[in-house]
Design a binder for this molecule. Structure first.
Ligand SMILES: [Zn+2]
Length: 241
């Protein structure tokens, strides 16, 4: 390409970049903690201009329930929804994911290790030596204290439902409609669960569990990512407030 037309082309591109808020957006990657075995826990974040809503998506907490990571990856690949700051942690349990186990490298169920109503459970729901005894749950706890997301979605498997949260169920109800899964309240009490700790610590925000089915096809992955983006855009829109 001749130098002059190349410059003209670059100039046009720079002009378009100024016009397009999408190209002005930041896209960041941060190691927010390390697992017991030293694997990084990575946060991907992207923000629309003037965000009115902060959304956190955790793709995986139980290492043998990895399907939510596929939704997380789709979210990371796209820009943040309008008026939204989108935070995505594909997994907070990289050791469990590598080993295909529910718990972390010490066998702790990280979703029983949070400080709200923690109990010394054993067996498959081993809750650890105490609240936040594990580096992975401490990393998630620290991240949530720092970011204070308005909405948090924790992906799990295999029940194929959206767990109706205590507190305001509006976002979970809408998400259930968008992704096409029923809204059901799982029978708790789930001591030490991350979402229940959040709903208790930050009653004006919402956290809920999305249980994907055992088998997750590409259609559901696409629908899940679209559901997150649509819900975020709706909640961030001034009409909904
Ligand atoms: Zn789970």
């Amino acid at each position: 390409m001749p130098e002059r037309s190349r410059l003209r082309w670059l100039g046009a591109l720079a002009f378009l970049a100024c016009l397009s808020p999408a190209l002005a957006r930041a896209d960041e990657r941060e190691v927010v903690g390390r697992s017991l075995d030293g694997r990084p826990i990575i946060l991907f974040s992207d923000s629309a201009l003037n965000p009115a809503l902060k959304v956190l998506v955790v793709g995986d907490i139980h290492g043998d329930e990895p399907a939510g990571m596929r939704i997380a990856r789709r979210l990371i690949a796209a820009e943040a929804p309008p008026r939204t700051e989108l935070l995505v942690v594909p997994t907070i349990n990289p050791d469990g994911l590598a080993a295909g186990t529910r718990g972390n490298a010490r066998g702790v169920d990280l979703n029983r290790n949070f400080p709200f109503r923690w109990q010394p459970l054993g067996g498959g729901e081993y809750a650890g030596a105490g609240p936040l005894s594990e580096p992975e749950s401490r990393a998630a706890h620290r991240l949530i204290l720092r970011e204070k997301p308005d909405l948090t979605i924790w992906f799990h498997q295999p029940f194929g439902l959206i767990d109706k949260p205590e507190g305001n169920p509006f976002a979970a109800h809408r998400f259930a409609d968008l992704i096409g899964l029923p809204l059901v309240r799982l029978r708790g009490p789930f001591p030490g669960s991350a979402s229940r700790w959040q709903n208790h610590a930050y009653p004006t925000s919402t956290a809920f569990v999305a249980e994907l089915p055992h088998r997750v096809g590409n259609l559901l992955v696409r629908r899940g990512a679209t559901a997150v983006r649509t819900l975020a855009a709706e909640l961030a829109s001034p009409a909904v407030g």
